[in-house]
Design a binder for this molecule. Sequence first.
Ligand SMILES: *Cc1c(COP(=O)(O)O)cnc(C)c1O
Length: 221
Amino acid sequence: MSIAQNLEKILNKLLNTSCKLVAVTKTHPVEVLMQAYSAGYKIYGENKVQELVDKYEQMPKDIEWHMIGHLQSNKVKYIVPFVSLIHSIDSVSLLKEVNKQAAKVDKVVNCLLQVYIATEETKFGLAEDELLAFLASDELKSFKNVKIVGLMGMASNTDSKDQVRKEFKSLKATFEKVKNNFESENVVMKELSMGMSGDYAIAIEEGSTLIRVGSAIFGNR
Ligand SMILES: *Cc1c(COP(=O)(O)O)cnc(C)c1O
């Protein structure tokens, strides 16, 4: 199947839901992305700063770019001027740097807090107790140039659909907890970013509003 057909198949599954697709383009060259762009798609996600910047520079300017991967503080300045949403805020110090760089360019940058839901050791993110402590802190209120608009999580890389569903349910419950207890001027919970090529169908059932899908559209990396 072509990229356009893969894209259409996934977009059809999102009809009548409030979930949107972030097409994950990492490792694929601009020529490949342009096939999706030509098919009309304009929301893309990258997990590396250098690739995100290179593709932003080379591609049409009506694209909405999302940063989905682990972000180092010293690289924040390169993406803040153009990024639409950062999915991967996993520390207070990182959010502080985004706030600082956003203030320099007079922007308010939308961010998701990445929550650790998988059983694996290797995934980045905040544990639920760290997340809740952070949301209750006064420091967060002083960040005028960032807005927390939701949460992001990655399920375990496992064949067990039950395990994956359990992890998505737990993230959704955390999302509701934050929405009900911690909303403020710069915490407005709207987005729940969960679901990738292997598990997006489950994620949609469990309330995802943003699925991040790469290989099911662009092929294996
Ligand atoms: C690569 C990546 C994805 C997409 O993975 P696929 O399995 O190719 O769909 C989603 N989220 C993050 C954070 C990624 O790095």
